[in-house]
Ligand binder design. Structure first.
Ligand code: ATP
Length: 428
């Protein structure tokens, strides 16, 4: 499981969406690669100019040098893999090459060089018919400008792609209705797009893509044209959708928050190149250069770091076979005011305070169990730091990190949370 999964598990658990947890738990860590992009270049220009350029030594040429040759550099040396079921985000500022890249992935733009391998076949070698089938059956794309047919109803818009596939009217309407219901527009089937708000039209765009039942869903800045509230709602719905459908999604955005919210992994582009590819945490915690550092400087590490990354070893870990005297002795050489009490199998039971141990040892009667404090804050190793704030403020005790079998993993003090937010680049 990649770290990005953990973040979203927690986000959704907090929203009470257990289904997400179940889904992500079952997702294999090394799930199969569905898409492999190998050394893809796109140079815009006349064929002969592009050929000349590609046969020359352009690997070391700057974008400006290339652009001086009557050609424009779109993409340079792009390579990455996408796993089946992954939410892969391509992020960059305007002109960085995002749209060119996502369009190359279905050959709406033909790459000038390189391979794009989907399900072990290089789509760059496809003939017209293979390409048409690939676009009809394997992929679907959602665009920023919804691209709906204005004189078709919502139902017909959604069913249209299935019609060109040759599906019977009954079957395509059935599938279209299901997709429309999935995006929450059941009551709007018979309306024309002009009667719908921007957000609703984008839902139709989404339904149209989903009705195709593609293996890979490509989304090119689908929410950019929407106002912030609707945008946020649509973002949440898209995450839910991926949870329930487990689709491979490739999502283009210029918005870092959107990228962090969705991405299992994010590819950051600049001048036609991927300059960093990693999980949201990797990108926030270890930006590879100044450009990425500038980009992410406003993003709070608290939004991406997890409790497992910031937890510490406790000063004192007390095992259940240890008695009050031994514990008191151990406290003498410890700085901390708390000890963490665990069973033989490392199951976490509770916290013991220095004062209570001293009192117990002084009375010379009673057991550690008598002074155990069990109402203490706990979390899993994957809780996002931001989600720890309420836990940290609701209790005088440190937060204990436990695994899914309640086994003790580490502890987090309030000051550790604060430190993690102001740390520069290193995460333990
Ligand atoms: N058809 C074209 N002909 C010539 N140059 C192009 C063409 N399409 C894109 N480019 C150039 O390729 C580079 C990448 O453009 P692209 O549209 O992919 O960027 P982008 O990151 O998607 O930007 P935006 O967010 O503004 O859409 C830019 O320098 C652009 O000028």
């Amino acid at each position: 499981m990649v770290k990005g999964d953990y973040q979203r598990i927690i986000r959704h658990c907090i929203k009470g969406e257990e289904k997400f947890m179940e889904h992500k738990k079952t997702e294999p860590e090394n799930s199969e690669t569905i898409l492999r992009v190998e050394d893809v270049w796109k140079i815009f220009g006349k064929d002969t100019d592009v050929r000349n350029l590609l046969s020359s030594d352009i690997r070391n040429a700057s974008k400006e040098e290339i652009n001086k040759t009557r050609c424009v550099l779109g993409l340079r040396n792009i390579s990455f893999n996408v796993r089946r079921g992954e939410f892969f985000v391509i992020m960059g500022l305007s002109g960085s090459g995002k749209s060119t890249l996502i369009r190359c992935l279905i050959r709406l733009i033909n790459p000038s060089a390189g391979k794009i391998i989907v399900n072990n076949e290089d789509i760059c070698a496809f003939d017209k018919e293979q390409l048409m089938n690939f676009r009809r059956y394997t992929t679907a794309m959602v665009f920023q400008h919804f691209g709906l047919l204005p004189h078709y109803t919502v139902l017909d818009n959604v069913a249209y792609g299935l019609k060109v596939r040759g599906m019977s009217k009954e079957d395509r309407y059935e599938r279209a209705r299901e997709a429309i219901e999935t995006v929450g527009l059941k009551e709007w089937e018979d309306y024309l797009p002009s009667s719908l708000s921007g957000g609703m039209q984008q839902r139709v765009g989404m339904a149209r893509a989903l009705a195709q039942e593609p293996e890979i869903l490509l989304l090119d800045e689908p929410f950019s044209g929407l106002d912030p509230l609707i945008r946020r709602q649509m973002q949440d719905e898209l995450v839910d959708l991926q949870v329930s459908l487990q689709k491979t999604m490739i999502f283009v955005t210029h918005d870092l928050d959107e990228a962090l919210k969705f991405g299992d992994r994010i590819a950051i582009m600049k001048d036609g190149e991927i300059i960093q590819l990693g999980t949201p945490e990797e990108i926030i915690a270890t930006p590879e250069n100044d450009y990425v550092r500038d980009f992410v400087q406003d993003a709070s590490p608290a939004k991406v770091l997890t409790s497992g990354q910031i937890m510490k070893e406790p000063d004192l870990l007390i095992h259940e076979w240890q008695g009050p005297q031994a514990t008191r002795h151990m406290f003498r050489s410890a700085k901390d005011e708390f000890a963490f009490f665990i069973k033989r199998n490392r199951e976490f039971v509770g916290i013991i305070t220095r004062n209570d141990v001293r009192e117990l040892a002084r009375k010379k009667q009673g057991a550690l169990h008598d002074i155990l404090i069990t109402d203490v804050p706990v979390c899993g190793p994957d809780t996002i730091v931001e989600e720890l704030f309420p836990l940290a403020t609701s209790s005088p005790y440190p937060i204990t990190v436990i695994d899914e079998n309640k086994k003790f993993m580490g502890i987090i003090y309030n000051h550790t949370i604060i430190d993690s937010m102001y740390q520069d680049t290193e995460v333990e």
